[in-house]
Design a binder for this molecule. Structure first.
Ligand code: KMT
Ligand code: NI
Length: 179
């Protein structure tokens, strides 16, 4: 299962947990309030998983590919990791299913605090369009991710600030409507 916590503000290596002592854990229903959805599935069965099939069908995720994040299997590895860790939004949802390894998705909460979400094999998360986020490997230095999308994938990242981007405006509005 995923774990999430408010990050500490030290300048240590991004791949370290940045987990304060004492813990400031973030419950999953708090993530739901921010529009972040989560499922736990069987990563060994991803080719035949009925639950995954249903999620894809219900949400229209007809596009799928696999991404191995390690120097041997990802072109321009260092450059891509830099891009992943630069705070950004997308015009669409970001859907990632961790099949092997682990990593951190950092998202901004309503008060602009970083929440670090630790995903491991079996965790599928959906970040809503317009949420500020970034990604880093953890100290295991490896993750295999499935990427899902509705239709032709668009991975364009819009780096912060993006307050005038339609997806950002819609997202901010959706947060105030939930209160
Ligand atoms: C992105 O947009 O690709 C990210 O936020 C990185 C996470 S998955 C490689
Ligand atoms: Ni992204």
């Amino acid at each position: 299962a995923i774990e999430a916590w408010f990050m500490d503000n030290t300048n240590e290596d991004k791949r370290l947990p940045h987990r304060p002592n004492p813990d400031e854990l973030v419950p999953l229903d708090h993530l739901a309030e921010l529009g972040v959805l989560y499922w736990q599935l069987n990563p060994k069965d991803y080719e035949n998983d009925e639950e995954l099939r249903k999620i894809r069908e219900t949400r229209g995720y007809n596009y799928m590919d696999l991404l191995d994040i390690c120097p041997e299997r990802l072109d321009n590895y260092e450059e891509k990791l830099k891009i992943f860790y630069t705070e950004h939004i997308h015009a669409d949802e970001e859907i990632r299913y961790c099949l092997e390894g682990s990593g951190y998705f950092d998202i901004r909460d309503k008060d602009d605090r970083w929440i670090r979400i630790w995903i491991k094999a079996g965790d599928l998360i959906i970040l809503p369009a317009g949420i500020y986020h970034r990604f880093t490997l953890d100290t295991s230095n490896y993750v295999k991710l499935m990427r899902l999308f509705i239709g032709e994938p668009v991975w364009t990242a819009y780096n912060r600030p993006q307050e005038d981007h339609p997806a950002r405006k819609d997202y901010t509005k959706s947060l105030t409507e939930k209160v």
